[in-house]
Design a protein around this ligand. Structure first.
Ligand code: MGD
Ligand code: SF4
Length: 754
């Protein structure tokens, strides 16, 4: 794992940033439209002060941090010493937030595209002109098509206020990739089975055994979660990792199940069949709390060890070994619920199988299991409720959405994209894109570009240039997470110290935004004024926005400032007390191994395995995951992170590589089953640590916006090769591990032997 951003390295580079050596040399770039960044001469710093109240957003785990500031310039970030969550730690990405603040490529002024969408030429304009244009264009769309003529794609804390405004306007088309390309299926399938969404509330620290199915902790880094995992290992918990690849977690595993990609549901059904057959499941828990045991037993009976082993291409004795290990340690088994689940287009059923296995072990609300934790209650900011006339066309899209009865909140993205292209059931003609790079998140990039080309108007708000900003007509520069207020972070910590505690933190700026960057509350209020909604504006500014949310917890920005940014009080242990019964929010109030609701909607009521298509001859399945020092494509232009991991090496099986004449370090590009070639190239990592039927690359690389001078064209964009999609019936979410690739070296296509 290339994670050598040492503390010393960071300090060294931090002091470079402080002296702003690289920044002083920066000249204007088309998209940022600015001359030099002001130079602060080395040695001119007086003294350093610590500013508290930061909340990280280099990823969405939101660790609490403090900034060391000299002469109004951030020179170092550290974990907030008061944090009961991440403590003094920040991960490499968290530490490198400084390089985002002072990235010379960042958006600085409102800009108008006077070139083409996708091939922009930027003209710096005033905020007045930018907002007047956005208001006029959005209003024109509403006048012609109604609010349904607008679509919103959004991600991140700063989008909360804007999306509330667009809901108030009556815009029905809203899509957030955090659900549809990430944890949507996990949340919905867990809800359907257990009646709650465990997210990642799994007590690995106190477990006796852990099961990670395709979850690659260590490369997937959410700081306190990884600490929880490591504490479990330190405490002697036995780890089982199911992954076609020798991931960072597999490297720590007692049992690595080198599973055939796409067969995990079969594996889980096989485990359950063994446990039910042997009677080694948690009978008292299941009898009390689960519905449908006998039906499940009959249903999984076909998954003998032999059949499961053959389907998953693993040794039968390994299945027995895993099942016995889990039973031996039940209920103190951390069956990780997983997070990103949009794998094969049959994932709802896999997550249901995972939840049923957890239930058979009784590994819920007990030490080591998944737990229902209580967080302090805080408020929301609402725009006034407006009754919008029921529009029959509007209902038509709602009816299309009804096809996916277990979908997460919001509009399924491809349904919206199709509507943008076809105009059916109604035209969507203006897009508002806030903090999301849909070119890199939504599979089938060409379709996304086609949909964007079909718009009358596109407004994009971002902190930096990205692939999607190239499609903007008006591009608005936002203050980044270290320069603004916007988010309330809260949680309960029960397994890292003696007594449970809970906390509330609010994101507060560590430094003032530079240039003409603004926060989202300011931008939306100015837009709302221009669109005639001044009287309904619910909060005057970002401080009022945050204060309003804090009020419910009897807190305020002023109080939090006095508390160094974090309020802490006694918490509750999530473990059930003797005599208490767990509560499940399903219709029946029980864990639904058999789901009536799914049966009513004509979906398999018991977790069911569907085979995924095999790679054609000469191709391998392209699987993907995370780089430990990057977050999607968001960090591609970060100078420190990009220096550590500039591209995404292609993992290729060593025996296959030998037959192909490919050596470790060779530079290659990829071609998918539809003949689509990657724009960029990368190096090969030849390893026995991956199966022959797949290759692996980390997601988020291969950015194609030249305004990102650090990240431009580095590595391979996995999403550009996701041309085939398989939309799941239950949720409308598309699987993304169903594309196959072969290798191109020196212009020559080389088949991958199976
Ligand atoms: P996945 O993509 O589900 O990611 O993190 P995870 O939920 O852990 O899983 C990736 C792993 O699945 C890889 O090890 C891959 O080899 C394996 N895999 C591929 N196909 C299969 C298969 O068929 N079966 C099995 N069993 N394994 C398979 C995602 C999570 O990470 C999310 S959703 C977010 S939003 C965060 N993002 C993020 C980030 O961008 N960067 C870093 N550093 N950390 C992150 N943490 C979070
Ligand atoms: Fe920031 Fe890292 Fe924490 Fe994510 S895990 S919030 S990037 S410090």
């Amino acid at each position: 794992m290339a994670m050598n951003l040492t503390r010393r390295n960071l300090l060294k580079t931090a002091s470079l940033a402080a002296a702003s050596v690289p920044l002083s040399k920066v000249v204007a770039k088309a998209e940022t439209g600015i001359a030099k960044v002001p130079l602060i001469p080395p040695g001119s710093f007086k003294k350093t002060k610590t500013v508290t109240g930061g909340v990280c957003e280099m990823c969405f785990w939101r660790c609490q941090l403090v900034g060391k500031v000299r002469d109004n310039r951030l020179i170092k970030l550290e974990g907030n010493p008061k944090s009961i969550d991440n403590g003094l730690n920040l991960c490499a990405r968290g530490n490198s937030g400084i390089k985002l603040v002072y990235d010379p490529d960042r958006l600085k002024y409102p800009m108008k595209n006077i070139g083409k969408r996708g091939a922009p030429k930027w003209k710096k304009i005033s905020w007045e002109e930018a907002l007047d244009t956005c208001a006029a264009k959005l209003q024109a769309t509403i006048d012609k098509y109604g609010p349904k003529g607008i679509g919103v794609w959004y991600h991140g804390a700063s989008a909360h206020y804007p999306t509330a405004y667009f809901e108030y306007l009556g815009v029905p088309n809203m899509y957030e990739p955090a659900f549809y390309q990430c944890r949507g299926q996990t949340a919905m399938a867990m809800m359907q089975t257990l009646g709650f969404v465990p997210n990642e509330d799994v007590d690995m620290a106190n477990s006796k055994a852990m099961l990670l199915v395709g979850c690659h902790l260590g490369e997937n880094i959410h700081l306190s979660h990884v600490k929880n995992f490591l504490k479990g290992l330190e405490n002697g918990s036995k780890l089982v990792v199911v992954d076609p690849r020798f991931s960072a977690s597999a490297a720590k595993a007692h049992i690595w199940v080198k599973i055939k990609p796409g067969t995990d549901t079969a594996f889980l059904l096989g485990l359950m069949n063994y446990m039910l057959g042997k009677g080694c499941y948690n009978k008292s828990f299941v009898d009390k709390h689960c519905l449908g045991l006998n039906k499940l037993k009959t249903h999984v009976a076909e998954w003998s060890i032999e059949k499961t082993a053959k389907e998953c291409d693993i040794p039968g004795k390994q299945i027995v070994e895993v099942a016995e290990l889990l039973c031996e340690h039940a209920p103190h088994v951390a069956v990780h619920p997983g997070r990103h689940a949009a794998w094969y287009g049959n994932d709802f059923q896999r997550v249901r199988a995972n939840a049923c296995l957890t239930a058979l072990l009784g590994a819920i609300d007990c030490p080591g299991g998944i737990v229902q934790i209580k967080r302090m209650s805080t408020g929301h900011v609402h725009w006034p409720k407006v009754e919008h006339e029921e529009d029959p066309e509007d209902m038509a899209l709602a009816e299309m959405e009804e096809k996916y009865p277990f979908r997460p909140p919001g509009t399924p993205p491809e349904l919206m994209r199709e509507t943008m292209v076809t105009g059916k059931p109604y035209p969507i003609k203006s897009m508002v894109i806030w903090g999301t790079n849909s070119i890199k998140t939504m599979p089938n990039q060409e379709e996304t570009m086609k949909a964007l080309a079909n718009m009358d108007f596109i407004m994009v708000t971002d902190v930096s240039p990205t692939d999607i900003t190239m499609w903007a007509d008006i591009l608005l520069p936002e203050a980044c997470y270290l320069e603004r207020y916007d988010h309330i972070e809260k949680g309960t910590q029960w397994n890292q110290s003696d007594k449970p505690q809970q906390f509330v933190a609010a994101r507060m700026p560590l430094v003032e935004p530079m240039f003409e960057r603004k926060d989202s509350v300011w931008m939306i209020n100015e837009l709302a004024r221009r669109m005639g909604h001044e009287k309904d504006i619910p909060v005057k500014n970002q401080e009022e926005f945050v204060d309003h949310m804090l009020k419910e917890a009897d807190l305020s920005i002023a109080k939090l400032r006095k508390l160094d940014g974090i309020y802490i009080q006694e918490g509750e242990s999530p473990y059930l007390k003797k005599g208490d019964e767990p509560e499940f929010g399903t219709d029946s109030g029980k864990i639904e191994l058999y789901s009536e609701a799914m049966d009513d909607e004509d979906f398999p009521p018991l977790p069911t395995y569907t085979r995924t298509e095999e790679p054609p001859k000469g191709y391998a399945r392209m699987i993907y995951g995370r780089s430990p020092v990057h977050t999607f494509n968001r960090t591609a232009n970060n100078a420190w992170l990009s220096r550590e991991v500039p591209e995404n090496p292609l993992w290729l099986n060593d025996e296959s590589a030998k037959k192909m004449g490919i050596k470790d370090g060779d530079r290659v590009s990829l071609e998918n089953q539809a003949g689509k070639r990657s724009a960029g190239s990368t190096v090969v990592k030849v390893t026995p640590g991956i199966r022959k039927d797949c290759v692996f690359i980390a997601h988020g690389f291969g950015t194609f916006n030249p305004a990102m001078t650090v990240g431009y064209n580095k590595g391979i964009d996995d999403n550009s090769l996701n041309t085939k999609i398989n939309r799941e019936g239950e949720t409308g979410i598309s699987g993304m591990r169903i594309n196959f690739v072969r290798i191109i070296k020196n212009g020559k296509t080389i088949n991958i032997p199976g």
